[in-house]
Design a protein around this ligand. Structure first.
Ligand code: GAL
Length: 742
């Protein structure tokens, strides 16, 4: 398949004239958003339109005997495809791919494809018809492909691994298979063949023993390629298809989840697929970046693609990094009429057929998120999923207790924790069924938290995430817990903070960490984590008295020092004993420093208050926190008055690729004090300047919120070196260098 993302023309208002080439369009490249949106106060008005895309296809001269297809990976939301003014396809879901055969409508030259794209929130199709707590940006926002095949060709194979060391490969032939064979090869990612089989082409499913295959697992996510070649009688290859997969078993039994027969607690976050300014339209590397952030920075082992199937690049990165993915059909609380339900069933079919080789996916969500029971409808969605993929269990996300369980796993959004109540509901209060119970969401709207909220709020946000996870892990009745959610996201007027943003993320919209990110990160062991999530500044406290101080760490203990003098050592709070690493509460800031004096005079008390409590006058107080594992300091945080500030700027990647698609880099910006702490309360404007073959996506002046922000860069078609420089009035400028390669 060839990506055909370049040289499209776009009009925000579709017309037949545009389709016929008689009305102008502006030059665009895909992925494309119908209109860029602002960071705050984005709304459906930014994308609700019926737009048009048009492109002259560049086709090889000799197409005799060939079949020609176009594949659209993401067209939000209702797409009609025309080739040379003839309608060849209509697709009514913005979250799954579709193909259009154009063979019979091609001319010798000058073939024009046009797409009428309806990105209004049309209540005829999911997820529309009622309210939705997220924006549903429009555009041809994923790749478009040209696929030229022989008259006999292969469908994508479907690979299951019922046993370790056995691949079962289902691969259908389109056209007449007589006299043809299929050669199936299992290849390592380096391309070495580890197993193969030859079967008649008409054999739909073949078993390929691969005794040397290694298992796909969370810490060792080995992937393989399955290549199927269609051979004629003389051994000539007529067609080749290949898919990435992994050897692994996933099962639920006795109320627990097992990966390769090993019990695993599913510990994750929900992810939307949106980005500041660009909406849904970002290319491969940024999709992959979110999976990296989840695994490496947030150190979770799982993600739910709320509330729709997401980019294959994101899923592929989950495959390669070892994340467990719960993916689901589009929808939000509302179930429409029969035609709507039929489309939802079609969405199940497309989701399963298009995503079923990803080893990371372990569970299908076949209910409309948080909808009421509708047994006939959900019997059918379950039937379709099980028929198309007997290897995986189904679930569906509920907010109601004791709903009819037609799936294998009861997924429940447990919003019961309000800061005082237990972290999670007991299983018997959620379902009478003897089925595995998964928390699919928690927290979120129960405690929206902005990156610039007072520290107490940000700390409580982090602790609520810890309490819910602790409760879910403690009772032995939950197979896992996905919390709401990875990052802040734009939403409809019915939700959010007036600016139509749900500040529900453990990260901000640019994927900068709030304290709650460390709740999750500190459960992993990929790198040392230490966050002191309480303020150490007396001006942040009533009457200037610093109370208990909370740290999040994955180390054994935290040692505290005041002006380099040892105070005391603290361990994880026993109230969080079910967590791998519970929060650490520091309840003594005097510790070993305390002077013993027999008779204290009033002046002595004043002096001691200043020394231990007020911490003013004399030497400025520097608090140091050392995270210690096996006697070694693995991380250290210092909180002290800072005189200088600097920008900390990190790019998702600095080697950008130009070609059949542009590349985008995410740049995260933080304002740090001289000890590396985020300067939360300094909303400083940052001017961004790009030189060379990249452009800034979004505004060139941005204001840091909670000391954090970001920008995006997009390649502009040529290669070379690019420099991006960020300026503020209070810091030295910072430049990042990028290379753009063709
Ligand atoms: C759930 C819903 C999510 C999000 C969340 C906020 O009810 O499924 O999409 O709105 O609440 O907490």
């Amino acid at each position: 398949m060839i990506r055909i993302n370049n040289n499209w023309e776009f009009t925000p208002s579709w017309s037949e004239d545009f389709m016929r080439g008689n009305a102008p369009g502006t030059a665009v490249r895909l992925p494309h958003t119908v209109r860029e949106s602002p960071l705050h106060y984005a709304s459906p008005a930014d994308y609700e339109m019926v737009s048009g895309y048009r492109k002259v296809l560049d086709l090889p001269r000799d197409l005799a005997g060939k079949r020609v297809f176009l594949q659209f990976d993401g067209a939000a939301h209702i797409a009609e495809v025309y080739i040379n003014e003839v309608k060849v396809a209509e697709h009514r879901s913005g979250y799954t791919a579709f193909r259009a055969e154009i063979t019979d409508h091609l001319k010798d030259t000058g073939n024009v494809v046009a797409v009428r794209l309806d990105s209004t929130e049309n209540s005829a199709i999911p997820p529309f018809g009622f309210v939705i707590d997220y924006l549903t940006f429009g555009g041809l926002y994923r790749d478009v492909w040209l696929d030229i095949r022989n008259s006999v060709y292969l469908d994508p194979p479907f690979i299951t691994t019922p046993e370790p060391g056995e691949a079962r490969v289902e691969c259908a032939v389109q056209g007449d298979p007589s006299g043809l064979t299929k050669r199936i090869s299992i290849l390592s990612e380096a391309g070495d063949s580890i197993a193969s089989a030859i079967v008649p082409a008409a054999t739909l499913t073949a078993s390929v023993p691969a005794p040397d295959a290694r298992c796909w697992d969370l810490e060792d996510p080995v992937c393989y390629r399955c290549r199927v070649e269609l051979l004629d009688g003389s051994g000539k290859v007529l067609d080749t298809v290949s898919e990435t997969f992994g050897f692994r078993t996933v099962e639920f039994k006795d109320g627990a989840f097992y990966l390769n027969s090993r019990k695993v607690f599913v510990r994750g976050l929900n992810r939307h697929q949106c980005y500041p300014y660009a909406g849904y339209a970002v290319p491969e590397q940024l999709q992959r970046e979110d999976a990296r952030i989840l695994k490496e920075e947030l150190q979770v082992n799982a993600v739910r693609t709320s509330h729709y199937p997401q980019s294959h690049y994101f899923l592929d990165e989950c495959d390669h990094r070892g994340l467990l993915v719960f993916t689901e059909i589009p929808g939000w609380q509302h179930i429409g009429d029969d035609a709507w339900k039929k489309q939802a069933c079609e969405n199940v079919r497309e989701m399963v057929l298009q995503y079923r080789n990803h080893p990371s996916i372990f569970l299908w969500g076949v209910r409309i998120n948080e909808s009421l029971d509708d047994d006939d409808f959900y019997r059918e969605t379950n039937r379709i999923a099980h028929e198309l993929d007997p290897s995986r269990c189904t679930s569906g996300v509920r907010y109601i207790e004791n709903s009819h369980l037609l799936e294998d796993v009861y997924s429940y959004n447990d919003f019961s924790h309000n800061g005082k109540t237990p972290g999670a509901m007991a299983k018997k209060a959620v379902t009478k069924e003897d089925a595995p119970l998964l928390i699919s969401e928690a927290n979120g709207h129960m405690f929206p938290t902005k990156a610039w909220d007072p520290w107490e709020k940000r700390q409580e946000h982090a602790l609520r995430h810890a309490r819910v996870l602790n409760a879910a892990m403690a009772d032995g009745d939950h197979v896992g817990c996905y919390q709401w959610c990875m990052f802040d996201y734009p939403t409809h007027q019915d939700f959010g903070s007036g600016d139509r943003i749900c500040y529900h993320g453990v990260m901000d919209y640019f994927r900068n960490a709030k304290p709650a990110a460390a709740t999750h990160a500190s459960q992993g062991q990929r790198h040392p984590v230490l966050e002191v999530i309480s303020s150490m500044d007396i001006g942040d406290y009533a009457a200037g008295i610093i109370g208990n101080v909370t740290c999040l760490t994955n180390a054994d203990e935290v040692r505290m020092y005041k002006n380099d003098k040892y105070v005391a050592t603290f361990h994880s709070d026993p109230a969080f004993s079910a967590l791998p690493h519970g929060p650490v509460t520091i309840d003594d800031t005097v510790g070993a420093l305390l002077e013993t004096e027999d008779r204290l005079k009033y002046e002595d008390l004043v002096r001691l208050y200043g020394l231990y409590i007020g911490n003013w006058g004399g030497q400025a107080t520097a608090w140091r926190f050392d995270a210690v594992t096996d006697g070694e300091v693995v991380a250290s945080v210092t909180k002290a008055p800072s005189r200088t500030l600097h920008l900390d700027v990190t790019a998702s990647h600095t080697e950008l690729k130009e070609g059949e698609v542009y590349d985008m880099a995410a740049v995260r910006i933080r304002l740090l004090d001289e000890y590396g702490n985020v300067a939360v309360y300094d909303p400083i404007p940052v001017t961004i300047m790009a030189e060379g073959p990249v452009e800034i996506v979004g505004p060139s002046v941005t204001v840091l919120e909670g000391g954090m922000g970001g920008t995006y860069l997009r390649t502009t078609g040529s290669s070379g070196t690019a420099r991006v420089t960020l300026f503020t009035d209070q810091t030295e400028p910072v430049s990042l260098m990028f290379t753009v390669k063709q």
